[in-house]
Design a protein around this ligand. Structure first.
Ligand SMILES: [Zn+2]
Length: 317
């Protein structure tokens, strides 16, 4: 279906994602969420982190820590105070953004626990201005996990689910026995995920959302914000939202809007100005995906600043 002017008003679509922002927590405390599940929220609130990074503790006595968080010494000190008399046996990382993985190093120094993750950060170069919290180029997991790998400790077992899109090395961790998925930044209740090329990939992200629809977990614990109960309709809303956004990009091109900055003005209504660069990178991700599918093209290299148009042979009407 080709987008037409009559679809203009549907682009306030983000309002239709049933966001969950009701988040009760206290900074500086390891809080119990359920049997063998606790969380401490780091004091790094911001436009990409909501109230801060939620570091999860799985197990009792001998525990795994998921997403140790940013390089904030007080965060790890408070976490370890909350774990007095217990032993950290595993450190798991969903992906290598600076609000997730840097604290793996001080936590490992204090506990000796091995780190687990998909692999090193693959996006851009060190020091390059990016979006979100930026890449952590220092983290390299002791043990690399692939799709379906199991990590087990005392009383728990987690399965690695490779979910590229937000980053190419993003993992979710499924705690099948409890019907729980630690969804990292792939699926969050408070916001959509930032998909910023070159490491962020819209086609991969959509496939990673579809992947979750085929799974049985009933409760998601994202690294930022509250839990998501009944997650499948929510994941479907994210897929619909991105498809709608893609239609918006095609509509812009059919109206002769060729530059991403102007598409942002057209498609993002009431956007927090701090997020405009992230929005531009997200539209860039859509355009790269559309280009790969032969629907759009651009002059010169497919950069953020390029001028885009519909591919002459793309279906019309
Ligand atoms: Zn992230």
């Amino acid at each position: 279906m080709a987008p037409g002017p009559n679809r203009v008003f549907s682009f306030v679509m983000a309002a239709e994602i049933p966001f969950r922002r009701d988040f009760s927590f206290a900074y500086g405390r390891l809080e119990r969420l359920g049997p063998s599940l606790r969380r401490i929220v780091a004091r790094n609130p911001g436009p990409f982190t909501f109230k801060g990074t939620g570091t999860y503790v799985v197990g009792e006595g001998e525990v795994a820590v998921i997403d140790p968080g940013p390089d904030l010494p007080e965060h790890i000190e408070t976490l370890l105070e909350g774990l007095q008399g217990e032993r950290v046996s595993h450190i798991l990382v969903t992906h290598t953004h600076r609000d997730h993985s840097p604290a793996a190093k001080p936590l490992q120094e204090k506990t000796g626990a091995p780190t687990y993750g998909f692999g090193p950060h693959m996006g851009g170069r060190r020091g390059e201005p990016g979006v979100e919290e930026g890449g952590d180029f220092d983290f390299l997991p002791d043990r690399r996990l692939c799709e379906g790998d199991l990590v087990a400790g005392k009383g728990w077992r987690l399965e690695a689910i490779h979910t590229p899109g937000h980053t190419s090395n993003h993992l979710c961790f499924a705690w099948k026995d409890e019907g729980i998925l630690f969804s990292g930044d792939h699926v969050m209740g408070w916001s959509t995920s930032v998909i910023a090329p070159p490491d962020g990939d819209m086609g991969a992200y959509m496939a990673s959302l579809e992947k979750l629809l085929a799974r049985a977990e009933r409760l998601y614990w994202p690294t930022h914000g509250p839990a998501i109960a009944d997650p499948k309709p929510y994941v479907r809303a994210f897929i619909a939202h991105r498809r709608e956004r893609e239609s918006g990009v095609l509509m812009c091109l059919s109206e002769g809007i060729e530059e991403i900055t102007r598409m942002v003005e057209r498609l993002y209504i009431g956007l927090d100005p701090r997020l405009s660069r992230a929005a531009a990178r997200s539209l860039h991700a859509h355009l790269l995906d559309l280009s790969r599918r032969g629907l759009v093209e651009c002059e010169g290299p497919p950069q953020l600043e390029a001028r885009w148009r519909l591919h002459p042979s793309a279906p019309k009407g």
